[in-house]
Write a protein that binds this ligand. Sequence first.
Ligand SMILES: *[C@@H]1O[C@H](CO)[C@@H](O)[C@H](O)[C@H]1NC(C)=O
Ligand SMILES: *[C@@H]1O[C@H](CO)[C@@H](O)[C@H](O)[C@H]1NC(C)=O
Ligand SMILES: *[C@@H]1O[C@H](CO)[C@@H](O)[C@H](O)[C@H]1NC(C)=O
Ligand SMILES: *[C@@H]1O[C@H](CO)[C@@H](O)[C@H](O)[C@H]1NC(C)=O
Length: 510
Amino acid sequence: MITSYFPKFVVGFAFFVLSVSALDTFIAAVYEHAVILPNRTETPVSKDEALVLMNKNIDVLEKAVKLAATQGAHIIVTPEDGIYGWVFTRETIYPYLEDIPDPEVNWIPCRDPQRFGHAPVQERLSCLAKDNSIYVVANIGDKKPCNASDPQCPRDGRYQYNTDVVFDSEGRLVARYHKYNLFAPEVQFDFPKASELVTFDTPFGKLGVFTCFDIFSHDPAVVVVDELQVDSVLLPTAWYNTLPLLSAVPFHSAWAKALRVNLLAANTHNTTMHMTGSGIYAPEAVKVYHYDMETESGQLMLSELKSRPRREPTYPEAVDWRAYASSIEPFLSEQSEFQGMIYFDKFTFTELKKNRGNYTVCQKDLCCHLTYQMSEKRSDEAFVLGAFDGLHVVEGQYYLQICTLLKCQTTDLGTCGEPVGSAFTTFEEFSLSGTFGTSYVFPQLVLSGSQLAPERHYEVSRDGRLRNRSGAPLPVLVTALYGRVFEKDPPRLGQGPGKLQCSPSEHFQD
Ligand SMILES: *[C@@H]1O[C@H](CO)[C@@H](O)[C@H](O)[C@H]1NC(C)=O
Ligand SMILES: *[C@@H]1O[C@H](CO)[C@@H](O)[C@H](O)[C@H]1NC(C)=O
Ligand SMILES: *[C@@H]1O[C@H](CO)[C@@H](O)[C@H](O)[C@H]1NC(C)=O
Ligand SMILES: *[C@@H]1O[C@H](CO)[C@@H](O)[C@H](O)[C@H]1NC(C)=O
């Protein structure tokens, strides 16, 4: 059964008349889908068998699309790998692929299904969009033949791409995006020779689309937002949560805040693979999100968004991430520092030993400052302030600068950076800042129970401090300023950078 979560304040808009003229606001929907996986095979199944499996998934997506449309949604985003899953070789994915034309051909598959050969999946997605008058965003596989005239042509004579498609409310194919930042074991797919910058105009603003860990990149993610100035980003994803810093909801919502753009993120749902966490995020606030490690069900979410947030008086001002931190002297204390790992990166930590204080911890060029006050310093919980300034090198290389305050798994300081779910310590006050050498810093604050802190409880000041604001004591689990220093990333080699969080393969199954 599909249930939907729709905040009460937008229900009143559910029945307004659709029109082709510009809309000031629109209703966005994302669907977290528990993908029905094919059975593992060594040899490819037939095209018919592949289609039976894909149709089972589309049957579920269809219910979500219809429900979203009846609630007034203008667009629905469905997840990466949402139609056939992720466990494939190059050969076994092949029967699932369709030739997806460049949208400039102006094609409504629902009207003219045979125009580009057999394309039953595109036909069905197009009809879903057309029949329900809603934009439909899905992730499917594209195949493109090549031959020896292209020296990079794979030996089997074809490129296979992980592809996002968008059909408009008349069923027309309006966007096609080939994923650039593939996950290393995503061996079934090729990445395009250059990063594609895919945007399109709608009555509810200019939209951009890319996939999963592309969000960690400069190309296409930052380019689409900062240079092409889209209003909303569509993100099909199959995001494998890694605590404490790379969980889908905190990371995606922080990215939307930092880039000051709407983000519609639809994750695949599979708790065994730690894949859950979808949401609708505006530049100034999280609108709705879903995180569920308890059940294997899908979930539809809807929310109203501003079509062109940059034009709104509420549009947040840019943050100068180092302004405050570089204006003060480092806090001196008799603190002792130690090293600890978070997700393969060696942080410099210092423990918060008292119920209040001022701490600075530095690594290379980055100094992180923390001023805090706890309600009580508990003896059964340990918190640390940590700094990391370096190149992440496991399964992909990307340069990070991170300041974080987090709860250690136990009072053994060797566990700092390990996943942890709850905290009893509450902070009445905290202010975290760092001397960042980048303007791309993603601010996250996660409370006990893996809950995202509501905006009313904290703020990011223009001078780059992430701090509490309500005075209410907060059970902080982890808070971080997560910086990406794109200009220090090593050059991209022939292989894709390879990413850990997306499209997990068997490699990550215990
Ligand atoms: C997988 O195999 C089982 C047992 O042969 C069968 O019952 C099931 O329908 C298959 N699932 C799919 C998706 O083909
Ligand atoms: C090789 O591929 C190119 C580009 O796709 C195409 O124009 C050409 O006809 C192909 N040649 C052969 C021999 O198939
Ligand atoms: C989740 O994914 C794993 C690994 O691919 C798979 O074995 C399992 O059956 C999936 N769970 C569900 C409920 O589909
Ligand atoms: C922390 O520093 C501020 C000034 O930056 C000072 O007012 C405050 O007393 C200090 N707190 C502690 C516990 O040292």
